[in-house]
Design a protein around this ligand. Structure first.
Ligand SMILES: [Fe+2]
Length: 198
């Protein structure tokens, strides 16, 4: 499957663009809370906005389906990290985005995709993005459900610490949220146009 990169840049889905901006903002502020160095923070600002660019290779019908995906549709949507990595590989300056694009759906316990990497073998940037991505997905409306309350999303992050998420990242997220360090501050992060499947 050949992804339509130029058209994805020319006409990005506003829902996906807003999701990517919120996730980037959350991940960057969590990284700042964890006192990451400037180079690591810079990488989040490159990789965060592009992490789902591979969805340009997934059909609109699947991205917007108002209901659960069947196994074929699930398999197609799971191509997006590798499709995105292929696109990013063509762009020299954007290569810092590769770990975010390729590994943001890996799980700490090895049950993620596309590679099944586990634990610290998953790049740190992808581990921080995974928590921010899940939080935003849960608290945003989807074609098949409304947004979950923030409290539910926080409980789910706690429940999945050490299975889906790097436990250190998950616990840092909860602490930073409690301290008020992750509340939305920009127009982008409060924009709620999300109707697509993130
Ligand atoms: Fe994704």
């Amino acid at each position: 499957m050949e992804a339509a990169f130029p058209s994805a840049l020319a006409a990005p889905d506003p829902a996906l663009a807003a999701h990517a901006a919120r996730v980037t903002d959350l991940a960057a502020r969590l990284a700042a809370w964890l006192a990451w160095d400037d180079a690591s923070l810079y990488a989040i600002y490159v990789g965060g906005p592009l992490h789902d660019i591979g969805k340009a290779a997934v059909s609109e019908a699947i991205l917007r389906k108002p209901g659960p995906l069947d196994s074929r549709e699930l398999a197609e949507i799971r191509t997006h990290p590798a499709a995105g990595a292929k696109l990013i590989g063509r762009l020299g300056p954007a290569r810092d985005a590769l770990p975010f694009v390729l590994y943001h759906h890996e799980r700490w316990d090895g049950g993620g995709y596309p590679t099944g990497r586990r634990g610290p073998d998953i790049p740190e940037g992808a581990r921080i993005l995974a928590v921010a991505d899940a939080f935003d997905a849960m608290t945003s409306a989807r074609p098949y459900r409304g947004p979950l309350p923030v409290e539910c999303a926080l409980r789910e992050i706690e429940r999945c610490a050490g299975t889906q998420f790097d436990p250190a990242m998950a616990h840092a997220f909860l602490e930073a949220w409690d301290a008020g360090a992750l509340e939305p501050v920009t127009a982008w992060t409060t924009l709620r146009v999300s109707r697509a499947r993130a």
